[in-house]
Design a protein around this ligand. Structure first.
Ligand code: BGC
Length: 506
């Protein structure tokens, strides 16, 4: 662990300074006597990142973005920068009926979506949720895709859609090497999934095979969509300057519109393409080791994918609760909390849920919530314990928000430089439980981005069902572009005919 304070300042001074400069936003220090605070801070200062350090993190990510985009460097790049084959954001002329599938968390969803050109609306006609049991998340790929095909079949049946072959947008929120809009190879599972026989395979093919195994319905053309892309596209229909999509939920990631000439591994120089950064993998080559705490190292070591998605493990909902739990356990072992008594529940991995952090940080009811949660965890707490737990939650969620801000600042600064602008005005579509549900996460993130990207004016738009409506939107835009290029080819053909006729006539 190397981010210990080397300049001899006392811990209390550090927090006071941080508080004054707004670095740690409004840390909850009330109710903690100074002698306890100075001990507690020994653990927490490891999570406090100065603006200079955040700038450094952003600079490291900037280099990794370039590595990911490079023709020869992308194979080994920790930040994958995956081309999505989405070449345009919505222009408002999209229309039609679509199916959307959404797999990326503990549930799987099927939706019927209608895009209306006149009303410029994306309507969810109907949807169905199917749970993915834990065993299935760790079972075989065939079982998983059979389950998906069954859910889709049941939905089509219930909607009387079985005879129609509607185009389908498939939101599959895992890192995939996309070869075409409908050919997408899973690089690796994340977020607790680990089904055998899927990594390295084309997910569209696996879905089609499962549908053919049933043989009772078919689907039209497929567009593969990462949830970040769906988020960007669903916001893009409302605000056409939306060119970044960001998720801070179970996992974290972002996509943005990059200049084609910079996407070295895809032919073509003109226009733009949406790049799925997979920024969760930042740090997988050790580039963030100096800011990892012993708690981050432990979370990684005990995860089902050690060494993978290090940045994500410092930020996203799947891991934040566990980081807090590990800090609380250590403080208790050192007799700083709960009279030195760890309850069985607090001692069990996964038992401090990320949603507790949001509840404990509620501005008005936070302390009361903390007391209730600590009682439910079987802990013998006193009022100071509750305040310390709130400070721990606050510190860890603030670090998450500020790391996300550093990453987002890297993207907006890149877009501004790409376009050689002094000032960029842009919109970011956002989704994810951490961003939506945590009481102060979004304001902390926005404040830190303003600090790190002062020449960018960013509007944050919370997406309305990016994984459902957004996937339909990606499919609709793909169809519009295909239709336009068909028209173009046909009109080229007509020109040729005319030329030939002219030649004949001469
Ligand atoms: C996945 C990304 C996804 C993100 C948010 C990560 O674990 O690798 O593809 O966008 O989670 O859901």
């Amino acid at each position: 662990m190397s981010n210990t304070q080397a300049n001899g300042e006392s811990n209390i001074q550090i927090t006071k300074k941080a508080k004054m400069s707004g670095d740690t936003a409004t840390l909850h220090l009330d109710g903690i006597p100074p002698e306890v605070l100075s001990k507690v801070e020994k653990y927490l200062q490891l999570f406090q990142l100065s603006p200079e350090m955040l700038q450094e993190v952003s600079a490291r990510l900037r280099k990794d973005l370039l590595r990911g985009l490079g023709k020869h460097s992308h194979h080994k790049a920790p930040v994958k920068m995956l081309p999505t084959f989405v070449r345009a954001t919505p222009d408002g002329t999209e229309k039609g009926d679509f199916l959307a599938l959404d797999l990326g968390g503990t549930n799987f969803r099927v939706l019927h979506v209608r895009v209306e050109e006149e009303a410029q609306k994306v309507l969810k006609m109907d949807s169905q949720i199917c749970a993915i049991p834990q065993e299935m998340m760790l079972g075989t790929g065939e079982q998983l895709f059979d389950h998906i095909a069954t859910c889709l079949g049941d939905f089509l049946e219930s909607q009387n859609l079985k005879g129609k072959t509607l185009p389908l947008g498939f939101t599959f929120s895992f890192p995939c090497e996309q070869l075409e809009i409908d050919k997408s190879i899973l690089i690796r599972w994340t977020k607790g999934f680990n089904c055998s026989g899927v990594e390295g395979k084309d997910v569209v093919q696996l879905l089609k095979e499962a549908i053919h195994r049933r043989g009772d319905y078919d689907i039209g053309s497929v567009a593969m969509v990462n949830d970040t892309v769906g988020t960007m596209m669903s916001c893009g229909y409302r605000d056409q300057s939306c060119e970044i999509g960001m998720i801070i939920g179970t996992g974290t990631n972002a996509c943005y519109m990059e200049e084609m000439k910079n996407v070295k591994r895809i032919e073509g120089e003109d226009g733009r393409m949406c790049i799925n950064t997979e920024w969760g993998g930042f740090g997988d080559d050790g580039s963030l080791d100096d800011i990892l705490t012993e708690f981050d190292v432990e979370v990684d070591k005990t995860s089902i994918n050690p060494g993978v998605h290090i940045f994500e493990k410092m930020i996203s909902g799947m891991y934040l609760g566990e980081i807090v739990r590990l800090v609380l356990v250590k403080m208790t072992k050192d007799k700083l909390l709960f009279k030195g008594q760890i309850s069985e529940t607090l001692g069990t991995p996964g038992q401090f849920e990320t949603k507790f952090i949001s509840e404990i940080e509620e501005p008005d009811s936070g302390l009361e919530n903390a007391k209730k949660i600590l009682t439910e965890l079987g802990l013998d707490w006193d009022p100071v314990d509750a305040c310390v737990v709130r400070l721990v939650c606050d510190t860890i969620s603030s670090r998450s928000a500020r790391l996300c801000a550093a990453a987002l600042a890297t993207l907006v600064n890149r877009i501004r430089n790409n376009r050689k602008l002094d000032h960029l005005k842009t919109t970011v579509g956002v989704d994810g439980t951490v961003y939506r549900k945590h009481p102060t996460f979004s304001s902390k993130l926005q404040k830190a981005v303003r600090l790190l990207a002062p020449q960018c004016d960013i509007t944050f738009l919370v997406s309305e069902d990016g994984s459902g409506k957004g996937a339909a939107m990606v499919t609709a835009v793909a169809q519009r572009l295909a239709h336009q290029s068909r028209l173009l080819e046909e009109s080229d053909g007509e020109d040729n005919d005319e030329e030939e006729e002219e030649e004949e006539g001469q």
